[in-house]
Design a protein around this ligand. Structure first.
Ligand code: PLP
Length: 400
């Protein structure tokens, strides 16, 4: 039967403490115990349903985690203060000194920097590979490899991971397949396709209002318990905890995610088709010209489309900057990093969100200077937006 992530979110029912239609917010950092024995048991991890201290868990964080686990089809989830606050503890929980990670070479710049520059402090090394080349992935595995890491749709090049086949490789070699699904919530359900752990930066589409950072790790109860363990859990000990007020507000925004994703995708597909027809080098997984268009189609929950992210290459950084400034002046969007906002956001990743990646490596992976990454907004009249964007492109000399 087809997986229905939005139904799974909708089917959860919560009431607030006084019958409120939203769950009550737990505005406390610590919790009382009726007996000293229960407190002891909770520290031992044996008191189900008891709250201990808000860095460990809070009712509001658990509500949000439960909804995100329902969305991803995992047993449970743990929310965190940011996307990086989800990614870094997962990798530190799964790897110890001298372990090895295989990562896609096109990933978010912060994750790349963590793997490349920070993890070697613990003698944890990463091989960066072309994740679309399954033979290369498999041949990079060593006896120390513990994790296969990638994004379902990569930042910023929009490469698509073949999750089913990556999962087969991971299982064969006893690795954990960790997928960052930030670019394709609802559209792709990595755990259903075989991923062991699914991560999101909630900062982006899921929260959707660019007013907070947040993250989540979705996985088995056993793994999430490990992350939260008071003795050796990376999430508990590194302390990247989401605040309950934020968890409550993200949960409210999550309820409109299915409608927003449909609109982001509709607008993204419309613009990508127009830009491509105009002769711009356009990358969007919904275009037939995308090398993994068929793969995306084979994995997707079709009603949510191909997402709101697209890139165009306008030839040089100067032109990219001039175009973005002009589009901002015309109020077509904002020259800003991040994604998933109601307004279109654009940036040149080579000099911003992927600037942690050395220039040589950027070139090798096809990240050119003139690349503009768009997070397409919720515009109600996308044809009007297109016409105005086209005018800007003509003015800058990107189109004739
Ligand atoms: N993963 C992806 C794909 C991202 O694009 C980002 C941020 O841009 C992150 C993770 C990190 O998330 P956060 O900024 O919420 O820490």
């Amino acid at each position: 039967m087809a997986f229905k992530p939005a139904n799974n979110i909708q089917d959860l029912q919560y009431f607030g403490e006084f019958g409120g239609v939203n769950p009550s917010i737990s505005d406390s950092s610590t919790y009382t115990f009726l007996s000293a024995k229960t407190m002891f048991d909770t520290f031992e991890g044996n008191a189900d349903g008891c709250y201990l201290y808000s860095r460990h868990s809070t009712p509001s964080n658990l509500y949000l985690g439960e909804a995100l686990a329902a969305m991803e089809g995992t047993e449970t989830a743990n929310v965190s203060a940011s996307g990086m606050g989800a990614i870094t503890p997962v990798l530190l929980q799964l790897c110890g000194a001298s372990d090895h990670i295989i990562s896609s070479r096109t990933i978010y710049g912060g994750t790349y920097a963590f793997l490349k520059n920070f993890m070697p402090r613990f003698n944890i090394k990463t091989s960066f590979v072309d994740i679309t080349n399954l033979e290369k992935v498999e041949s990079a595995i060593t006896k120390n490899t513990k994790v296969l890491y990638c994004e379902s749709v990569s930042n910023p090049l929009l490469e698509v991971a073949d999750i089913k086949n990556l999962s087969k490789i991971a299982k064969k070699h006893n690795l954990k397949l960790v997928i960052d699904n930030t670019f394709s919530p609802l559209s792709i359900s990595p755990a259903v396709l075989g991923a062991d752990i699914v991560i999101h930066s909630l900062t982006k589409f899921i929260n959707g209002s660019s007013d907070t950072v947040g993250g989540v790790v979705c996985g088995t109860q056993e793994f999430i318990n490990n992350l939260r363990n008071v003795n050796d859990g990376a999430s508990m000990l590194l302390g990247s905890t989401m605040d309950s007020l934020r968890a409550a507000s993200i949960l409210k925004n999550l309820r409109t995610l299915h409608i927003r994703m449909q609109q982001h995708s509709k607008n993204g597909l419309f613009l990508a088709k127009k830009f491509e027809t105009d002769g711009l080098k356009t990358v969007y997984p919904g275009l037939k010209s995308h090398p993994s268009h068929e793969l995306f189609k084979s994995m997707m929950n079709p009603q949510y489309g191909f997402g709101g992210m697209l890139t165009i290459d306008v030839g040089s950084l100067e032109k990219a900057n001039a175009l973005m400034e002009l589009m901002q002046n015309k109020n077509l969007g904002y020259l800003a990093v991040s994604l998933g906002f109601y307004k279109t956001l654009f940036s040149a990743p080579g000099s911003s969100t992927s600037s942690e990646i050395p220039e040589e490596e950027q070139k090798e992976m096809g990240l050119s200077n003139g690349l503009i990454r768009f997070s397409i907004g919720l515009d109600t009249d996308i044809e009007r937006t297109y016409k105005m964007m086209r005018k800007c492109m003509i003015e800058i000399g990107v189109l004739k």
